[in-house]
Design a protein around this ligand. Sequence first.
Ligand code: DON
Length: 566
Amino acid sequence: MFRRTRFAFACLLLTLACAVAWAADGPGKAAVSSAHELATDAGVEILEKGGNAFDAAVAVSAALAVVEPESSGAGGGGFWLLHRASDDFSVMVDGRETAPAAATEDMYLDEEGGVDRDRAINGALAGGIPGAPAAWVHIAETYGTLPLSDLLAPAIRLAEEGFPVDAKYQALLNWRAHVMKRWPETAAIFMPGGEVPAIGDTIRQPDLADTLRALAEKGRDGFYAGEVARKLVDGVQATGGLWTLEDFADYEVVEREPVRTSYRGYELVTAAPPSSGGIAIGQMLEIVEPFDLTGMSRADRVHVLAEAMRRAYRDRALYLGDPDFVDIPTGMLLSENYAAGLRTTLRLDRATPSSMLAADPDRLGKESSDTTHFSLIDSQGNMVSATLTVNLPFGAAYVPPGTGVLVNNEMDDFSAKPGEPNAYGLIGFSANAIEPHKRMLSSMSPTIVIGDDRTAVLGTPGGSRIITMVLLGILDFIDGNGPESWVSLPRFHHQYLPDEISIEPDALSDAEIEALEEKGHTVTVRNRTWGNMHGVMWNRETGELEAAHDPRWNSGGAVVVDIDAK
Ligand code: DON
């Protein structure tokens, strides 16, 4: 008996030792995938200096703010999902923008009570209080190992020396150029000579370099107090915005417990509110879990997924907002029982019209635009999945003089009027109404999927479509595929209203579209693709890392590097 106990105890110790060794055992290499080669290089530079994944994440974020100004920036915000391997700890660093203290529920309504779309997205009034710089400082101080000045050095260099214009910058600038021209300061930086630059032209941002240098030298106060804050606030107020120095002093990064759910043996760690992404993804997976998605025809699979999307986006509109302001029934939305109830209304042969799912009448949606995502893993198995944004391309298109900082237009992610669609065709109600200091609801869904055999880090920009793109990526990973496959998948999307499945060009065959229409779906073939997904995967069985960038734009940088940082 005693011998058996001793034997059992020895086995237990061995198992524990193996578990600890396994947990502490990283891939021995690192992988970085971001929307810009130069930002990926910045991450690699920091890893080579001995930094960990969290240090690298700050360097990549700051570099993206310089070389991909159409997508994210020091004037914007984001969510950084961190996973620390040594103690299996995950956290979402919420650097989302907040509404200024002077914001009011009806601030974008015109005299007739309609939403003034121009004021909601263009110019200083559209900007929330930036969260990105505070998040960089927080991540560096709390989870990093190198000084902030080291982490910001590549970004400062890129701002000073300049970066070459690529096709994505040019395409998105073409879209926003008419607004950018309203403010000479903006045009002078991003459209030298008043023209959309040619591919290969150099964009230099000396003022932004100074702003980043102040942050590097003084930490948080370098941006949220002193000269930089004063210039930002003065510029915004001079052009009709509401920012104050108190708003800057009050801005806080929030650490949030990620949404956790499981699907077919994999653990999902994903974005918490004020992102709607994690809850919606969890809800959709719960709805579709009993279906044999891989065994059914492609049209049926699209149908089942679109029905799950429709239901999750209805709940997004009804229930989700900043968790510090509204009570979100997270437990209910993610429960098996709730999903089972929604499933009983899902017919395999017919689409459920959104109007029968109760909320609000038909609305017209619009195409989405820009934001950025990067995924990375270091040699020890620390991971970062981060989605960052200024909202529309080049944000609100306004740069407060002397700062080089593009103001975001994240305020448009609030519901400016109940049931009225925003730039992404998303509707919302009181849960996402504008209130002072509140964070606007987001769709950004940085995600980590952890399995015994393989782990995925993924995410993408794409406005309201982010959530469904990440869902499709997760399902593809769980089907056994790697990042090259997730980032290239043809995309389809349903967001409750408008009541349609929108698809990328050539995503479905004519026969598949017909089969969906026979079930009662409206299928809209868009004339352009969407998203810019960046993913990395760690195969724990082979020890291999893979990294991939979305083929839709050719500017991404995805690398696996032999750096065994300690
Ligand atoms: O937070 C959000 O959901 C939006 N501001 C993201 C915007 C976006 O992804 C635009 N990109 N295509």
